[in-house]
Design a protein around this ligand. Sequence first.
Ligand SMILES: Nc1ncnc2c1ncn2[C@@H]1O[C@H](COP(=O)(O)OP(=O)(O)OP(=O)(O)O)[C@@H](O)[C@H]1O
Ligand SMILES: [Mg+2]
Length: 231
Amino acid sequence: MLTVNNVNLHYGAAQALRGVSVTAEMGKITCVLGRNGVGKSSLLRAVTGQHPVSAGTISFEGEVLNGLPPYARAKHGIGYVPQGREIFPLLTVQENLESGYAPLGRKDRFIPDEIFSLFPVLKSMLGRRGGDLSGGQQQQLAIGRAMVTRPKILVLDEPTEGIQPSIIKDIGRAIRYLRDSTGMAILLVEQYLDFCRELADQVYIMDRGEIVHEGPAETLDTAEARRHLTV
Ligand SMILES: Nc1ncnc2c1ncn2[C@@H]1O[C@H](COP(=O)(O)OP(=O)(O)OP(=O)(O)O)[C@@H](O)[C@H]1O
Ligand SMILES: [Mg+2]
């Protein structure tokens, strides 16, 4: 299980996270909802080691991760699907997937078949350049690349952003499959309430750098959630 405990994060003098505490359990989908600019990506940057925290602790399976660089966290089993996907546009789909080999030992350096059963389109496009894929295909590739690293927890930053509804459904199915088949933990940040409600086991709502609601998805008050999601 991943535990974010009382974390502050700053960009210079500007504070983006204020005493944020979130846990993501194995075999569960944890969703953090919040509108533009409330600190969702900052939370994931803190978890993945892209940006240092100024207070609090981040631990995974009982081990404190503060101070570890991103690649060391990847080795610990934290898989990251960044906002905007960050596919290498000039590398092929195959090469983009292989870029996930970095934290792996030699014997694990292959692309698991599971990725192609979840996203068959990637198999048919292995030789294409990443930059030639549609937004939805790039999102599938970004999830595939994170899966190559054999994560124990998958951390996704707005996977539905700018993606057509049919592919959003595929992505939702894939996330659910990963939870159910491998028992991995999923930590998802989103602005899209319905996607989050359909998928999540546990929901947090973030506003202006703080967690303002926490609870199981079944008891989420949709009206209250919408209030936080509209300016
Ligand atoms: N590199 C940075 N330098 C300075 N300020 C930053 C930086 N990145 C983010 N911020 C600020 O920190 C706050 C939180 O940003 P963050 O990117 O975490 O929000 P977000 O919830 O992910 O937003 P979005 O939904 O638009 O992706 C915002 O006010 C943003 O302007
Ligand atoms: Mg963001």
